[in-house]
Design a binder for this molecule. Structure first.
Ligand code: AMP
Length: 194
């Protein structure tokens, strides 16, 4: 079973690209952000807990997020295909937990991690634009947008080192438009023969 990770700052386009790659390569798309938004919509206890962090632009604590993944994995173990991870892991502890869970459920290992690189000014521009139509509360307030970007550099960016050491890191220039990024991602996936 294949496991492909996409990580990058908010607004780097990983959600859009994960969906395209999932369709093209017949992968299950896991977006922890979408899962949280679903729980928030139905207002269950997980949703209420997540909202208190998401609305401030902070990451939801690792134990809450990883428990969600622990439920997701056994329900989605299609050995012939794989999973594209959009927004998980976002901390070193989550990366370690993912490795442990894949081993525990005998689902293989992380094949590759794509790091999306985009300058901050472009992220802010994209997120502010998205905020006009996405209906996402965390895309509207500039302070929250900046907080999310700061959280990325502090907690998620160190994943590069983690996956570089495992020799499975590929950086993707994600400054271009959707089609350009999709093409470079597809070429990399084929080049890596994942
Ligand atoms: P996203 O849709 O991926 O931009 O995620 C929206 C928000 O959900 C993030 O800003 C975080 O607050 C929260 N979130 C999503 N995935 C995670 C994760 N793996 N760890 C912690 N918080 C997360």
């Amino acid at each position: 079973m294949k496991h492909i990770i996409l990580f990058g700052p908010p607004g780097s386009g990983k959600g859009t690209q994960a969906e395209l790659v999932a369709n093209k390569f017949n992968l299950k798309h896991l977006s922890t952000g979408d899962l949280f938004r679903h729980h928030m919509k139905v207002k269950n206890s997980l949703g209420l807990k997540a909202r208190s962090y998401i609305d401030q632009g902070l990451l939801v604590p690792d134990d809450v997020t990883t428990a969600m993944l622990e439920d997701f994995l056994p329900e989605n173990d299609q050995p012939e295909a794989g999973i594209i991870y959009d927004g998980y892991p976002r901390t070193l502890q989550q990366a370690i937990s993912l490795d442990e869970l894949l081993e525990r459920f005998s689902l293989g290992f992380v094949n590759t991690a794509f790091s999306f690189c985009v300058p901050d000014e472009l992220l802010i521009k994209r997120l502010s634009l998205r905020g006009k139509t996405s209906g996402r509360s965390d895309d509207i307030d500039l302070g929250v947008i900046r907080k999310r970007i700061a959280e990325y550099y502090k907690k998620t960016a160190p994943l590069s080192e983690y996956y570089r050491k495992k020799a499975i890191l590929t950086e993707i220039n994600a400054k271009g438009n959707i089609e350009e990024i999709a093409l470079s991602l597809e070429l990399e996936i084929r080049r890596l023969s994942i």
